[in-house]
Design a protein. Structure first.
Length: 94
């Protein structure tokens, strides 16, 4: 299974982001504070329902907002000829 798309709303400093992920290695490049770790944190939230960083839900939600949302499309190979896509979603509020 792999993530093929990741959508993030109001997670830390990310207002709204939709990322198409390629098979294999994906590299996120940018200056400090650009949100690279927040992209990884979003994927972790979907898989573990908690952050890998310390803090409460309030720390995850972008300042001035009431909720955060993360959604992803997961692709799995069911057999040699067929791909299966599933949607994952999580929404958090204090």
């Amino acid at each position: 299974m792999r993530l093929s798309r990741l959508h993030i709303d109001n997670l830390r400093n990310i207002v709204n982001l939709d990322v198409a992920l390629a098979p294999g290695l994906n590299v996120f490049v940018g200056p400090n504070g650009a949100g690279k770790s927040s992209i990884l944190e979003a994927a972790f939230l979907l898989s573990h329902a908690q952050s890998f960083r310390a803090g409460s839900i309030d720390d995850l939600i972008r300042r001035g907002q009431q909720r955060l949302a993360v959604a992803a499309t997961v692709v799995a190979v069911a057999d040699e000829k067929r791909l299966v896509e599933e949607a994952l979603n999580i929404e958090l509020s204090p």
